[in-house]
Design a protein around this ligand. Structure first.
Ligand code: CUK
Ligand code: CUA
Length: 639
């Protein structure tokens, strides 16, 4: 406890030092910059970046796409939050994407994107990303750069250790940062210890990307923070950090730091898969939404699910073990070979590296140090591969290059430290501005990292950019890591909080990228594929307007016969088939958003007129020299 207090004291002191900011110019730039730094990040007008970087949007609920090395933001992809820019989460077609067992949720907290893999290499098909608050996982298509699927995680709370994928994208996982009654029930909070659980969920991914919950592991009620799959020899295992093994339900900042060591949970998912294939596990009630967007009908559907298969880890011999890991570990990272599992004790100065092969031996030899709720705890020394000493203060996350080096972020001492796998010696350190959380190296989560650039995703911005009032965007920094020393190249602001990011060489995505929705493939239920088929249909007080748009008019553009109290559905089809000619549609006084409709696409919005009159609508996207003429009127008569 004494040691912990002193670490905390140092930590707090350092944080204050960082927080004071500093106006010293040379310090702010991160030391001397070499003369060709500008060249290294310069992407000439009209040229393309070499890498895509997908940054989590944190509390924006979305995913942002950046080009590297320029740091230019290319797109924001709406995932868990409504997005008025294009009508996601407002249009009739997309609102089902935000349905949950709690009802329609217009917001989410996105943390960790991860790119799909084949044979341990990034394949550029999909990005998965977790939602922490109302536990969900989304899958985003890298053909369309659109969210295709969202699955809710039942019996879970704080889905933080997610959404990392196995090396053939067999599974994407979800964890539980807040232990909860399993299943939920009305129980006194101080009865937490021993009664709450921390379910880990394994979601199977099929060859088309379709997600389905395969099983849920009913783990002890610790906080499951981060995870990483094994790769190479350790493929078939998944590793999760835990903290609060004290199971404190109050004042966790003190009470969850009593134990000198928490655990990394090692889960042999292949064993559990076999167990459930042979009829193991118990089906229990579960209530969760599964939302799928179909590109052909251009419409999302929600299916409410009601069962989940739950597995007690004690029932599967040799499937789950705990590896003691010091000082409330946060990040849990596996090196490209799959041999080393790195636990970053966030209240520590050291990193603990476990060896996968030693772990297997320890299991074989039953080299146990007791158990936790019936799960064997391996002897600390039996799995220990090495320690990186005095790396810095407050280690959080580690990424890897292709030369056997690791790069660990230190939140409290605000730096990235490069060290050697196997010798554990520190090779270099560079400050980050300020207080880095995750870092990202393209492919750093795979067997084949691309060791050219590293991005640090910083928690605090302070003085890095022109002042923008009290609320600032977060900051990211790009480092050249191709040489012996890391070199800071660029700062760029991010949108929302970029907890984590995934990067990939642009060639792996570019060729498959879709340019338009083809009109002859449009199977939308309310599509109007020809201007001659446009019409207005009434059904009681529901009115359906089948509308088309093409440069530069709507059809129909004068609509009469609408009454106060009607509910008007505008089903609008963009007849264009030229790349990048969207049109928008917005109705005066509508209480939802505009629609941004891409060529070949159909979208629907509703309007419930409350006032008599003649009301205009118009195209919201500047589409031609006659864009201003692209408008229409609706006459609304008394009820
Ligand atoms: S993180 Cu989610 S609290 Cu270290 Cu992965 Cu930022
Ligand atoms: Cu169509 Cu502006």
């Amino acid at each position: 406890m004494k040691k912990l207090n002193s670490i905390l004291a140092v930590a707090i002191f350092s944080l204050i030092m960082v927080s004071c900011g500093n106006n010293n110019e040379s310090k702010r730039s991160g030391g001397a910059m070499s003369s060709n730094v500008a060249e290294k990040v310069y992407v000439a007008p009209g040229e393309h970046d070499e890498y895509y970087a997908f940054l989590s949007g944190g509390y924006s609920g979305n995913l942002t796409v950046y080009g590297l090395p320029s740091g230019r933001m290319l797109k924001e992809i709406p995932v868990f939050s409504q997005f008025p820019t294009n009508g996601y989460g407002y249009s009739e077609e997309t609102t089902p994407m935000l349905e949950t067992s709690f009802g329609f949720i217009p917001w989410g907290d996105a943390h960790h994107p991860d790119i799909s893999q084949t044979n341990g290499e990034l394949d550029g098909r999909w990005v998965f990303i977790n939602e922490n608050n109302t536990p969900r996982i989304a899958r985003i298509s890298l053909e369309y750069f659109e969210t295709e699927e969202i699955i809710e995680i039942p019996h879970s709370a704080g889905n933080h250790s997610s959404s990392f994928v196995t090396e053939n994208t067999e599974y994407v996982v979800a964890g539980t940062r807040f232990s909860v009654p399993y299943p939920q029930e009305d129980i006194a909070i101080d009865q937490m210890k021993g009664n709450f659980k921390g379910p880990l969920t394994f979601i199977a991914v099929d060859e088309n990307g379709g997600m389905s919950i395969d099983f849920q592991l009913k783990m002890p009620g610790f906080n499951y923070d981060l995870s990483h799959p094994g790769r190479g020899d350790s493929h078939g295992w998944f590793f999760f950090t835990t903290y609060n093994t004290e199971e404190a339900h109050t004042l966790q900042e003190v009470n969850a730091s009593q134990n000198d060591k928490d655990f990394i949970a090692a889960v042999n998912w292949k064993k559990i898969q076999e167990y459930v294939r042979n009829g193991g596990g118990e089906e229990i009630d579960a209530n969760y939404a599964h939302n799928v967007f179909n590109h052909s009908t251009q419409t999302a559907t929600t299916t409410m699910m009601n069962k989940v298969l739950t597995v007690d880890p004690r029932d599967v011999e040799g499937a789950v073990f705990f590896m003691p890991t010091p000082k409330s570990p946060h990040g849990c990272d596996v090196d490209p070979s799959g041999e080393y599992i790195i636990g970053n004790g966030k209240l520590s100065t050291d990193l603990t590296i476990h060896s996968f092969s030693k772990m297997l031996k320890a299991i074989e030899n039953k080299d146990f140090d007791g158990d936790a709720y019936g799960i064997p705890v391996l002897n600390f020394d039996a799995t220990l591969a090495g320690v990186v000493k005095d790396g810095g203060l407050g280690p959080l996350h580690t990424e890897f290059d292709d030369k056997g080096n690791a790069y660990t972020t230190f939140f409290i001492s605000s730096e990235v430290v490069k060290w050697k796998l196997g010798t554990w010696e520190v090779l270099d350190r560079q400050p980050s501005f300020y207080s880095v959380g995750h870092n990202m190296i393209p492919g750093g989560n795979s067997r084949k990292p691309d060791g050219k650039y590293m991005v640090s995703l910083n928690k605090i911005t302070k003085d890095r950019y022109l002042p923008t009032g009290p609320e600032l965007e977060h900051s990211a920094q790009l480092y050249d890591i191709s040489g012996e020393k890391m070199e800071l190249l660029l700062d760029f602001p991010t949108h929302g909080e970029p907890h984590y990011a995934a990067g990939i060489h642009a060639d792996k995505i570019k060729a498959n990228s879709k340019k338009i929705y083809r009109l002859d493939e449009n199977k939308h239920e309310h599509a109007t594929l020809n201007e001659s088929e446009t019409r207005v249909e009434r059904n009681g007080n529901e009115v359906h307007v089948y509308m088309t748009m093409v440069r530069s008019h709507f059809a129909p553009d004068n609509i009469e016969g609408i009454k106060v109290g009607d509910k008007v559905y505008f089903h609008v089809t963009n007849l264009e088939q030229d790349f990048d000619v969207p049109h928008g549609f917005a109705m005066i006084g509508a209480n939802n958003s505009e629609l941004l409709i891409m060529p070949g696409q159909t979208k629907t919005t509703t309007w419930e007129p409350t006032k008599v009159g003649v009301w205009p609508f118009y195209c919201t996207d500047f589409c031609s020299a006659l864009h201003q003429e692209m408008q229409g009127y609706i006459r609304v008569s008394p009820k």
